[in-house]
Design a binder for this molecule. Structure first.
Ligand code: ZN
Length: 442
């Protein structure tokens, strides 16, 4: 096992990334005049630390904060109390956090850490999906999406379009800066996932003009306007389709079958015992009103050798479908689940508490917190992908929840100098106090 462990990459270690984030936060211009008591970057880094430590609430973070370790490990000079943190972060423009995501991504690229995430021929799989993380009938802010009901009640919600590089063989995902779905300035009309996807894609191309990407999404995205946007931005796609939603497409496939244009391909994997039957056809129109938009269609039935339970999947793609590629395309289409399973579910159920209201604010606080949590998740995913020390600690603890609990316990109990020391304490135990480092003043 040790032979397969990736090499320790120093500038991708937790401590190196924390230092990168600190300077990234320091580059964000403070919107407040003069010299406030607590700097903006201390407030941002404190919120990041709260999510990095998986504090159950802002109040718990405030109560438990151990200034010494927050200073040593996270480089925070002054930690704001819960009220001050909310006040300072509420007016922060969510967009100002984008360089932080880009910075970590750039470090991954330079460290060649993304090479393992390449799916086919230098292309990455990018899974996109929307998710909600806040809903209330009372608490709301300027950014909330609103649903007004006939009986006069209003539901306020926050959603975002999440995006992450995924790979069929890897549990790790690399999240990019999500696109918040918020009420747009000057309009009462609610934002929607399709508009958010359009904004996301144009921003993706600004941030990463040359990144080779295959976008994978669910069947809601299989529509002509969205595919046009993907084409226009030089992005390939594997998008889910459903017979109920894409009746015309499935009729065209049936017609192609009658004229002998479809191909069948059976595959039996001896090691897993899985059997697959594929059916595919090239250049079929996606729908009646956009008959000039031709897509390649593939579908797959999967069952175990000794079972009659069959799973069925279907997609459209602009990539070439042949007997040689169809299996890999199926794997790419199904890797989309990783944005739900490994991203949203991890954030909601594995200690991050994505759906907990850490504070809502009246302007951007809810969105800023969500983005900082995603940033903490990104740093954790980099550790999971690249850091043998983190991997060993995680294996020892057995679960993420237990890992975060132990991490917090050590963080609150012992004086630490770095995240590395914290991981080492968790791996090797802390039978005696960690060494204190004398300062050589000679
Ligand atoms: Zn809100």
């Amino acid at each position: 096992m040790a032979m397969n462990a990736p090499k320790l990459r120093k500038h991708l270690s937790a401590d190196a990334l924390l230092s990168r984030l600190r300077s990234g936060f320091a580059d964000i211009v403070d919107y407040r005049p003069g010299k406030p008591d607590i700097s903006l970057h201390d407030a941002l880094m404190s919120a990041f630390a709260m999510f990095s430590l998986k504090s159950p609430s802002l109040l718990a973070f405030d109560k438990d904060r151990t200034e010494g370790n927050l200073h040593q490990v996270y480089g925070i000079e002054r930690v704001p109390c819960d009220t001050a943190m909310r006040e300072i972060l509420d007016p922060v423009e969510p967009e100002s956090l984008r360089p932080l995501f880009k910075g970590v991504f750039g470090a991954l690229q330079r460290g060649k850490a993304l090479e393992d995430m390449v799916f086919v021929e230098g292309h990455y799989l990018l899974a996109l999906d929307g998710t909600g993380y806040f809903s209330s009938q009372q608490i709301h802010c300027e950014s909330c999406l609103e649903t007004h009901y006939r009986n006069g009640t209003v539901t306020y919600r926050h959603q975002m379009l999440g995006a992450a590089l995924v790979h069929p063989d890897k549990r790790e995902v690399i999240p990019l800066m999500p696109e918040p779905m918020v009420k747009q300035d000057g309009t009462e009309k609610n934002d929607c996932e399709r508009k958010a996807a359009k904004r996301f894609i144009s921003q993706l191309r600004q941030d990463h003009p040359h990144l080779k990407v295959i976008v994978t999404e669910d069947s809601l995205s299989s529509n002509a306007p969205h595919i046009d946007v993907l084409h226009a931005h030089n992005l390939h796609y594997i998008l889910g389709v459903k017979e109920g939603d894409h009746a015309y497409l499935f009729e065209q496939v049936a017609a192609a079958e009658r004229t002998g244009r479809v191909t069948y391909y059976d595959r039996h994997d001896e090691t897993t015992g899985l059997r697959h039957r594929f059916r595919f056809v090239r250049d079929v129109p996606l729908n009646e009103s956009n008959s000039d938009l031709l897509v390649n269609f593939l579908e797959c039935w999967e069952w175990e050798s000794h079972s009659d339970k069959v799973q069925h999947f279907s997609w459209v793609t602009d990539l070439c479908v042949t007997k040689g590629t169809v299996y890999q395309l199926m794997r790419g289409g199904r890797a989309r689940w990783r944005i739900e399973n490994e991203t949203f579910n991890t954030l909601k159920n594995q200690g991050y508490q994505f759906e907990h209201n850490f504070g809502h604010g009246s302007q951007h606080l809810s969105v800023v917190f969500a983005l900082l949590m995603m940033l903490a998740f990104l740093v954790d995913q980099v550790q999971q992908l690249c850091c043998p020390l983190f991997q060993a600690v995680w294996a020892k603890m057995g679960s993420k929840r237990r890992l975060w609990e132990k991490m917090r316990a050590v963080f609150y109990e012992y004086a630490l100098v770095s995240m590395r020391q914290l991981f080492e304490a968790l791996l090797y135990g802390l039978k005696k106090p960690p060494p204190s480092f004398a300062v050589d003043s000679s």
